[in-house]
Write a protein that binds this ligand. Sequence first.
Ligand code: MG
Length: 475
Amino acid sequence: MGIHFLIFFSTFLGIFSGENRLKSSPEKPNIILIFADDLAYGDLGSYGARGWETPHLDQLAAEGMRFTQFYVPHAVCTASRAALLTGAYANRLGLYGALDHTANHGLNPEETTIAEMLKENGYQTGMVGKWHLGHQPEFLPTRQGFDSFFGLPYSNDMWPKHPESKNYYPPLPLIEGEEAIAYLEDQKELTSWYTYKSLEFIEKNQGNPFFLYLAHSMPHVPLFVSDKFKGESEQGLYGDVMMEIDWSVGEIRKKLKELGLSENTLIIFTSDNGPWLSYGGHAGLQGGLKEGKGTSWEGGIRVPAIFTWPGKIPAGQVQNQAAMTIDILPTLAKLTGSRLPKLKIDGSDIWPLIQGEKQELKPYYAYYNQNELQAVIYGKWKLVIPHTYRTIPSGTEMRNDGIPVKYSYIKLENPQLFDLSKDMGETKDVSIQNPEIMKMLNSFATQARTDMGDALTGAEGTGNRKAGRITIKEN
Ligand code: MG
């Protein structure tokens, strides 16, 4: 009797104090973070896409906040994903480029991901899609805060059918938890599978606050689309793939509505980098930006970004102030009352921007290759630092069959300054006319070099950490 009473009493107290906590602390909305791969700035209807339609994503934008100057800090898969999930520049974490099946390193388990942060705060966490932060078991999503994982360990072109590296890659595993459940022969159903797994996760966790990270493999090459979208767009395969991603967003929203969760769910949609231009008709739309993936020009680092939360984020708004994926983690921390990572991060809370207000400007950096500081962005100003970048030689005949053309390389000799508010295509260097702005942006660059180093100047930096590395056991 006495024991029962004690249990009853403490349960009662637990509920009681739980209710009190809810009243006095931030809400815990469900969070769905959709991250597309190589989806370009011009690929959504609300960003001017032509040749295909994205009605569900346009509706998402119409009900929320759409950013026009939203960045990733690194125009390549692994680095961009590391920054998104930790709120820190990937070079600070010792991660660069795109890992493949030979990598014995990955995101250091010492780092805190959004999933770990939210899990500690009572969230159920699930990941569906492309991971790319280390394929060794030690680095998989299930070791980095996610309760469940269904997807690919790295890019979908890292397979035996790669158009340029035929005998290099092993079969591409589809992973559930930490086990390979299949090796992919084709990828036609990938977007559908990701979608159904996401719906399953939402349904299963409808009673808890949940965090779903859906990282689509598409529209990264090789492009695949299910039969239901084949031939649906005017443009061809890339457009069909975009329409299937859009369908997926629609299915998720339909499920939320069905379960009565729409009002209590924040949806974020963005991309890891710009279009892979060498793939011609199999790459996305630059939307008026210069160059693409693999460069720190706007075409590489500026991506669409939509934040939608009915009743909490004003509908149909456009935010023109700059922000970056590193800001997502601290923003979610603030919104949910979660504890920030112990180790230093670089992003900051942009909830005021998401609500349509202005915030104090701060410098953003674009790092590429092995720790090269290539650009500094401060509001409408962008300093491009002398470096070598890839481009497609003029006069190249582009293809539309999934075979890339060759890049050539350009060495930028002098720093350039652009006023992105008038010239987002980075066509007119205004450095001579703006010596004070140059001085300020150069001082930001110096700060970054002192902290995170810079391979272009040889600066060492003092604030960088190391990637996780597996120890190869020797007998
Ligand atoms: Mg990518």
